[in-house]
Design a protein around this ligand. Structure first.
Ligand code: FMN
Length: 147
């Protein structure tokens, strides 16, 4: 059966929205994908997908985006029952805590009993060719975990 993958993004200026779209294009031929903005996601329903990919920027002083806070708090109460996941996102090396939201999300998905199936990917601002390769590898790792 075709696996289902939920792609969840947080984006203020569009980079992470575009990355979510890139991942969807990578996955589309081999999975049913849905893209959802993070404030619209019910963390308690994450186990309905075969895999979840989170794409987020980092805000404030190395913190999660404001619109991701409710999702993150709910996630602490969720048993992901080994749902497969991967985390990635664009943030900026101009800030001291580069991509720290990626770290927080990766730790919490693991703590909530998810199964991490790809290394987390931090991208500095706009993705370059090497970043797209890392994103494509992440997508391939997610697909391989579902085969
Ligand atoms: C007020 C503000 C605070 C930020 N703080 C951080 C930070 O602490 N760490 C980091 O890596 N990036 C930080 N960033 C950079 C954003 O994460 C980065 O620009 C990202 O690419 C934005 O993604 P988006 O286009 O999807 O909104 C900050 C940006 C702004 C505007």
């Amino acid at each position: 059966m075709t696996p289902s993958i939920q792609i969840i993004f947080a984006s203020q200026t569009g980079r992470n929205r575009a990355i979510a779209g890139h991942l969807q294009a990578q996955l589309a031929s081999r999975a049913q994908t849905v893209i959802t903005e993070i404030s619209q996601v019910d963390a308690f329903a994450l186990t309905q997908a075969d895999a979840v990919i989170i794409v987020s920027y980092t805000y404030h002083d190395g913190d999660l985006p404001d619109e991701a806070q409710d999702f993150f708090e709910d996630l602490k109460e969720v048993d992901l029952k080994r749902t497969k996941f991967a985390v990635c996102g664009s943030s900026s090396k101009r800030h001291i805590h580069f991509g720290r939201a990626i770290d927080y999300l990766t730790i919490q998905f693991n703590s909530s009993n998810g199964e991490q199936v790809a290394d987390s990917v931090k991208i500095d601002q706009d993705p370059d060719d090497a970043d797209y390769q890392r994103l494509n590898q992440l997508a391939q790792n997610v697909l391989a975990s579902l085969a």
